[in-house]
Every structure is written in C-alpha cells, then in structure tokens.
Ligand binder design. Structure first.
Ligand SMILES: Nc1ncnc2c1ncn2[C@@H]1O[C@H](COP(=O)(O)OP(=O)(O)OP(=O)(O)O)[C@@H](O)[C@H]1O
Length: 266
C-alpha cells in the first residue's frame, strides 16, 4: 500500500459528493469543497440543511452515495481496513452531547483518544504507556482542566465536559477536528470558553477545524471562512467579511442569528 501524500494536497477535499439517505432524502448534493491545513471553517445553515451529514461524511461515519472525499490526498471514501483506521485516527470528532463515558474519570476519557493508536483491548484494560498519560495531562493542561483529572466525568459542568472531549481529541493527536454543534447546549459564557479553546488549539497546533454552528454571529466571531448550506447544497463559501446579514438574508430569506432563531421558536 502506498502512503503517497502530496505536499500540496488540500487537507480535506470533496469532489462531487452527494448523499442520499435510504428514504431518498438528499442529505448532500454535488458538493465541491477544498479545505487547507490550519483553516478554521464554520458551517452554517438552517435545521436540516445538511451540516451534520457533511461532517459525518468526512470521517465516514456515513458512506456517501456519489463522489470522493480525500484526506490529505488519500481517499477515505475508498479506504478499507487498516488504511481507513489510520485516516480516521487523524480526525477527531466533537459532538453536541460530549460523548464521554460519564462514570469514568476525566483522565480515562482523555486516554480513550489513544485507542486508535493501541487497539481496544489495551484501552479496556487501562494499560497505557507513560507517554500516553503524559500526553493526556498535556491535553488537559491546554483546556485548563488538570485539577479535574481524577474527577468523574459526570461531576463536571457541561462546558467542562466539552473541554474534556476537546482534550480527548488532542490526546488522539488528530490533524483535523470536526465539531458538530459543540456549543448548542451551553450557556453564553461556557460557549465562549469552549470556542476559545477550539480557536487556541487551531492557532497554536494548526489543527484544521470544521465546526457546525447554527448561530451566524458565533461563526463570524471565530471562523475565518464560512460555508453556508441549504438543502444539501453549498450556497455560500467565503471569508467572514462577506458573510454579512444582508447576504445571508438574500440567500435564506432571513438572518441566521441566534436571537432571530429564538424569536421564531418562541
Ligand atoms: N438517518 C437519516 N435518514 C434519513 N434522512 C436523514 C437522516 N439523517 C438526516 N436526514 C435528513 O437529511 C437532511 C440533512 O440533515 P442534517 O442532520 O445533516 O442537517 P443539519 O443541517 O445538521 O440539521 P440540524 O441543524 O437540525 O442538526 C435533513 O433533511 C434530514 O432530515
């Protein structure tokens, strides 16, 4: 097997990607997208636009129906077995619901990021080499949670739990972070802490970051590039400066601001 990875390859490249769900819903339609290493991209759009589908396609939690997705020059769409595992190891996921093992310690949750490097048995038995434990503490330091290492995950606040999930991705040594509505269930102050952590990690470690957000204000505050989806299609792709309320109202017939979403839901 070749591990040819051209130096100038995009970190993530989607070519004509479509996803049709078994019930015929079109999740994604002919997506062309190229994201470079170190970019901080926010994906926005109304509920059902295809934001989750896009992230899940990239790390192949979902198979796509058509097209090809490459991670630094290697097709994850066609990868199997060991190659697929290796590609997935480079991609860390962050979910709205944190996905921690609630009854385990923070440290063990972070060490779970090492599973792709060792195999499951070792992880279950908790046999981690000292380097892994060092790596886990280093990751916890980055999100300011060292003092919580031995606390049970469910003793932490929502924001702290999400930062544990971020530390887990750091311990994984992922090159890409895919975050699916990571702050949707958090209050404004906690939202800021989690988003600040993601931004610092992106800037300091140059980890390519794609984050689904339903709040355009948050997207504008943190991302450098914004991608707008509507009915599975890319309807906006540009720098933050161009992602104005006027432009989005033109595209969506309304703004994508959190307050207006709340007004509509109220
Ligand atoms: N497993 C599935 N089976 C069938 N249709 C699905 C499935 N998952 C998602 N869809 C549909 O695909 C479309 C895109 O959904 P997706 O969850 O990607 O949107 P989203 O932008 O992430 O929305 P939200 O902000 O509400 O999470 C929607 O029409 C949705 O109903």
């Amino acid at each position: 097997m070749t591990h040819h990875r051209p130096e100038n390859a995009a970190m993530i490249k989607l070519t004509n990607v479509s996803k049709v769900y078994p019930n015929q819903t079109k999740g994604l339609q002919q997506i062309h997208l190229s994201i470079d290493q170190g970019e901080f991209v926010a994906v926005v759009g109304l509920s059902g636009a295809g934001k989750s589908t896009l992230l899940r396609a990239i790390n192949r939690l979902h198979d796509i129906t058509e097209g090809d997705i490459e991670i630094h020059g290697a097709s994850i769409t066609r990868a199997e077995g060991r190659q697929l595992r290796m590609l997935r190891r480079d991609i860390g996921m962050i979910f709205q619901g944190f996905n921690l093992v609630k009854r385990s310690s923070v440290l063990r949750n972070v060490l779970a990021g090492r599973v792709g490097h060792h195999g499951t048995l070792r992880t279950i038995l908790g046999l981690f080499p000292k380097q892994d434990v060092d790596l886990a503490f280093e990751a916890l330091a980055r999100v300011n949670l060292i003092e919580k290492a031995y606390a049970r995950a469910d003793e932490l606040s929502g924001g702290q739990q999400q930062r544990v999930a971020i530390a887990r991705v750091l311990a994984q040594e992922a090159k890409i972070i895919l975050a699916d509505e990571p702050v949707a269930s958090l209050d404004p102050l906690t939202t800021k802490q989690v988003m600040d952590d993601l931004l610092h990690i992106n800037q300091e470690l140059k980890i390519t970051t794609i984050i689904n957000l339903h709040d355009i204000d948050l997207a504008r505050a943190y991302a450098t590039r914004i991608i707008g989806l509507r009915a599975g299609e890319i309807v906006f792709d540009g720098p933050v400066e161009e992602a104005t309320d006027e432009r989005f109202t033109e595209i969506y017939g309304r703004t994508l601001r959190a307050e207006s979403v709340q007004e509509i839901n109220a």
